[in-house]
Design a protein around this ligand. Structure first.
Ligand code: 9D3
Length: 251
């Protein structure tokens, strides 16, 4: 997959691509990421990329001409038909299901906004969709672009070790993860749950499913949807709640 990012801070993007899963995906050619700086397309002596908002108010707005010129230059490096996406607070919410759709594409153009926003006409003529990563205020679209690129990189075939299957992936998309433990067996007076040391893989599988569903029910009930749980889910949840009640009574 090839991604081009239009940004006033290209180093923010390229430096983040040196680490972890993202770095390996780039190293192994699963992901190619380029950048284009609107400032390189500014035509005046001061290389102006922003200006005051018509109608007044605080902050500055990204001017349409250098931005659209940068989008055109970046587009020319992408396969025909690659969608152009702008990261901005008013966009549709990024979800794992949107990430899965976008991960199928051969190319993607990302526009990272800065300042108070992007001139609306640039969005109208040069951008296909807008995306937000959540309802909190950041100072620009670069970190959201990296969030999306990171999520896309993990889904490129071969980006993760083979021990991580898409089965695990689809499971964890609907439920939160179960708790994880590693050595030592006792830390801060707390013992690793004995089932995990039992060697009984069927029991371990049931315990993990119970924990995953139980924690989702407690912490993020909206992830379970509005439909009632099926029989297996009801059983797992009942076991989870019984186990939890026992633990709270110190049994
Ligand atoms: C007071 C109006 N603000 C809109 C909520 C102004 C404003 C805040 C932050 C304008 C731009 C920004 C910069 N943010 C992004 O570019 C951004 C963002 C975000 O702030 N939160 C979540 N997702 C995203 S994607 C791009």
């Amino acid at each position: 997959m090839q991604i081009e990012v239009v940004t006033l801070f290209p180093a923010l993007i390229t430096q983040a691509l040196e680490y972890g899963v993202l770095g390996r995906a780039v190293e192994r050619g699963l992901l190619r990421v380029g950048t284009e700086d609107p400032r390189a397309h500014a035509t005046d002596a001061h290389r102006t990329v922003d200006d005051r908002p018509y109608g007044g108010g605080p902050g500055m707005v990204l001017k349409p001409e250098p931005l659209c010129a940068a989008i055109a230059a970046a587009s020319a490096r992408l396969p025909a038909g690659a969608p152009r996406l702008a990261l901005c607070p008013q966009g549709e919410l990024l979800t794992q299901s949107r990430v899965r759709e976008l991960a199928q594409l051969p190319g993607l153009l990302l526009v990272a906004g800065r300042y108070e926003g992007i001139d609306e006409r640039a969005l109208e003529v040069a951008v296909d969709r807008t995306l937000s990563i959540g309802d909190y205020v950041l100072s620009g679209g670069e970190l959201p672009a990296l969030v999306l690129i990171d999520a896309l990189a993990r889904l490129q075939a071969g980006a993760l070790g083979c021990e991580r299957s898409s089965v695990d992936e689809s499971f964890s998309a609907g439920w939160l993860d179960w708790p994880h433990y590693t050595r030592p067996e006792v830390f801060a007076g707390r013992r690793v749950p004995s089932v995990l040391i039992s060697g009984d893989h069927a029991a371990i599988g049931r315990w993990r499913a119970r924990q995953a569903l139980g924690r989702t029910w407690l912490r993020r009930p909206e992830l379970l949807g509005r439909a009632p749980l099926d029989a297996r889910g009801r059983g797992l949840l009942q076991e989870f709640l019984l186990e939890r009640a026992d633990a709270h009574e110190g049994k």
